[in-house]
Design a binder for this molecule. Structure first.
Ligand SMILES: [Zn+2]
Length: 346
């Protein structure tokens, strides 16, 4: 324990059976249930069994050409996407990034931002400029959204990269969301942070990063974000960037966004190196209009998702969808070790 109130608790069980692969000898298989130190949610870790197929990246079937033209490709993206009353020209361009309101909004204010004019982008082709420009466009939109709806909104940035990660449009894009109601995860984080401060008088995320690095799940410390593979993952290859100061997403400075993009490009490269081609990411922070004890620094979470391929198998089973508990065979300690080389020059 890093001299703080973080407690990494887990329970271990040995499941016994007679194994047909070795003449029905008695075998045991270890199961570890890890408990998240902030929210108390749980994750189930198994020995490696290839739950996420990482061998087919090179053969992953390219997505079929869309039956209808892609509305996120030029020139349609300039002609056929909605305009927002919040933006002077209805949309917002930052470098190659182009932001417009979502035709199917998730939240009170809901925008889509394409990373690039390219319809298909391998994880290795992302660079920090592209990612930073898209995050900046989202930050600008969220800033206007929050200002337009006093006393304020809860803001989120998320992305589903590839259809096997849930994206309905193959063209790489990120979404900026702002709503009077926080996402369930954000509310639970704020609850946990407030309870931790009341119990210990300390800031949870500061203590978390120290404790994760002490437990060999730290990946790298950048200028404004620390990268970890958290103790109790939400999905395979879960990695997390944790900011140092409580700050809402719409309050992020350009240099913080650039630092985050630098780390994210490295994670994308590391993912691709081990064979991951699809992912989800979600970026949240304590809202600017909530009480000080519920504010927390920006936290960006990334998890790997299955390939788009003929052997596709959803990684969302009854355990995840109905049991609210991810079952995983990648250990966070190994994830951290596997991603550290991408940050070796820092
Ligand atoms: Zn496209």
């Amino acid at each position: 324990m890093a001299g703080n109130g973080i407690d990494f608790r887990s329970e271990r069980y040995a499941s016994e059976f007679f194994d047909p692969r070795v003449g029905f000898e008695r075998r045991t298989s270890d199961i570890e249930v890890r408990i998240d130190p902030l929210t108390g949610r749980t994750a189930r870790l198994y020995p490696p069994r290839g739950l996420l197929d990482l061998t087919a990246a090179e053969e992953a079937t390219p997505p079929p050409a869309p039956a209808v033209p892609c509305f996120f490709c030029a020139p349609l993206v300039f002609e056929m996407t909605p305009r927002s009353p919040l933006l002077a020209k209805g949309r917002h361009a930052v470098g190659e990034a182009f932001l417009f309101p979502n035709l199917f909004p998730y939240t009170l204010e809901s925008a889509v931002c394409v990373f690039t004019t390219s319809h298909d982008l391998d994880l290795l082709a992302y660079d920090d400029r592209r990612i930073a420009d898209a995050l900046r466009a989202c930050r600008d939109f969220l800033h206007l959204a929050v200002r337009a709806h006093p006393p304020g909104l809860h803001t989120t940035i998320l992305s589903n990269l590839r259809r096997s990660a849930g994206s309905s449009i193959a063209h790489p894009h990120v979404q900026a969301l702002a709503d009077p109601s926080p996402l369930d995860a954000t509310r639970r984080t704020a609850d946990g942070v407030a309870a931790y401060a009341a119990r210990t008088g300390r800031r949870f995320h500061e203590d978390l990063v120290a404790a994760e690095f002490e437990a060999a799940r730290g990946i790298a410390r950048l200028r404004t974000f620390d990268w970890i593979a958290p103790f109790c993952p939400l999905g395979p290859y879960h990695v997390e960037a944790v900011g140092r100061e409580p700050r809402a997403l719409e309050e992020l400075a350009d240099h913080e966004i650039e630092d985050l993009a630098d780390g994210l490009v490295r994670v994308f490269r590391g993912y691709r190196r081990v064979g991951v081609t699809a992912l989800n990411l979600l970026f949240e922070a304590g809202a600017s209009h909530t009480s000080d004890d519920r504010r927390f620094p920006p936290v960006l979470r990334v998890v790997a998702r299955p390939h788009e391929s003929g052997s596709y198998r959803s990684d969302r089973t009854a355990l995840e969808v109905l049991g609210h508990e991810p079952g995983l065979d990648t250990r966070p300690e190994e994830v951290a070790e596997s991603l550290r080389p991408e940050f070796a020059d820092i």
